[in-house]
Write a protein that binds this ligand. Structure first.
Ligand code: NAD
Ligand code: TYD
Length: 334
């Protein structure tokens, strides 16, 4: 199988490429990534000379480039490339529309022209908006609240339309919040771990009672591998972990494991449009494919903490660049 992975130098994409090369000894992966602030070739340093792996620096909104690339022949495209941070989308939504909407449209046109046999759109539970009770099923309405979520919902709708109109073999997955190695330290879990290691303040938005369902990235990659092989065109598959936690619970738990004081937490003003709760109903993928997350939160979070402790130079380089303390631009200490 010849895969084209977009955005493979980011967090989930790089974990996915590692996972696929390990699980499928005959598969080949080409990774196209623009290398934005979030893309980092160090994530793939260990496989850069692997004969089954090729890297192409490029932008998925570039029609000619995508056309050229697809003429090389691929069996499947897995579209991770995106602007992915809600706080950045609040400051400037433009790159979110460019990459997440326009970029997806360019890829879909490429699938149409080159008759690629499978297109996997990596989406998010954030397209469903916020639910205080009940969980999101694949039939839940799309009610995005952040510019990020709206741009992902837009690309999901394009996927739906290209399936309905052109019968393209498109499958969409919507996963909950991922955590694990190589996550850019502007997202909550790596931000908490790296700030705690440096004894720096940890901003808690609002009352800290917002709920997310946290999944270890390798479990997500395993779900994607299954959906890639067994998923039905036109279908949507939710992926989650039944592991809901409030931000306060999560931060306190991490500080406890790291033996750091709770007074590192600083309550700051709330994120505008802050979704109260995301909760995934993953009955469909469980019953159709027998998939379930296999990493307990205890194991996943302790692996992740160890990874950040052992890879300090990785995150120190990033933190000294275009990163973190976004809250200082958007949120004020209360
Ligand atoms: P990330 O920000 O870590 O990585 C995104 C990657 O895309 C980067 O390598 C970046 O350089 C690349 N990229 C950005 N614009 C590009 C463009 N125009 N052309 C080519 N490459 C471009 O994101 P992530 O957390 O790994 O998320 C990957 C995907 O999974 C995204 O589509 C996101 O919406 C989705 N998702 C993420 C989560 C999560 O918790 N992180 C949960 C569910 C779904
Ligand atoms: P984040 O990792 O940005 O993921 P998302 O908003 O896409 O779910 O944030 C997770 C939760 O943590 C969300 O409720 C916002 C909150 N949060 C903080 O309280 N402080 C922070 O510094 C960050 C980055 C997030």
């Amino acid at each position: 199988m010849r895969l084209l992975v977009t955005g493979g130098a980011g967090f989930i994409g790089s974990n996915f490429i590692h996972f696929i090369l390990k699980e499928h000894q005959l598969w080949q992966v080409t990774n196209i990534d623009k290398l934005t602030y979030a893309g980092n070739l160090e994530n793939l340093e260990d496989i850069k000379d692997n004969a089954r792996y090729i890297f192409v620096k490029g932008d998925i909104t570039n029609k000619e480039l995508i056309d050229n690339l697809l003429s090389r022949g691929f069996d499947a495209i897995i579209n991770f490339a995106a602007e992915s941070h809600v706080d950045r989308s609040i400051l400037d939504s433009s790159p979110f529309i460019d990459t997440n909407v326009k970029g997806t449209q360019v890829l879909l046109e490429g699938v149409r022209k080159h008759k690629v046999e499978r297109f996997l759109q990596i989406s998010t539970d954030e397209v469903y908006g916020s639910r205080e009770v009940e969980k999101f099923t694949e039939e839940s309405p799309l009610l995005p609240n952040s510019p990020y979520a709206a741009s992902k919902a837009s690309s999901d709708l394009l996927c739906r339309a290209y399936y309905s109109t052109y019968k393209l073999p498109i499958i969409t997955t919507r996963c909950s919040n991922n955590y694990g190695p190589y996550q850019f330290p502007e997202k909550l879990i790596p931000l908490v771990i790296t700030n705690a290691l440096e004894n720096r303040d940890i901003p808690v938005y609002g009352d800290g009672l917002n709920v997310r369902d946290w999944i270890y990235v390798e479990d997500h990659c395993r779900a994607l591998d299954l959906v890639l092989q067994k998923g039905k065109p036109g279908e949507i598959y939710n992926v989650g972990a039944n592991n809901e936690k409030t931000n306060l619970e999560l931060i306190e738990l991490i500080l406890n494991i790291m033996d750091k004081p709770k007074n590192l937490m600083k309550f700051v003003s709330d994120r505008p449009g802050h979704d109260r709760r995301y909760a995934i109903d993953m009955t469909k993928i469980e019953t159709e494919f027998g998939w379930k997350p296999i990493t307990s939160f205890e194991d996943g979070i302790s692996n992740t903490i160890k990874w950040y402790i052992n890879n300090e130079s990785w995150w120190q380089r990033i933190k000294s660049g275009d990163c973190v303390d976004y809250y200082q631009k958007v949120y004020s200490i209360r």
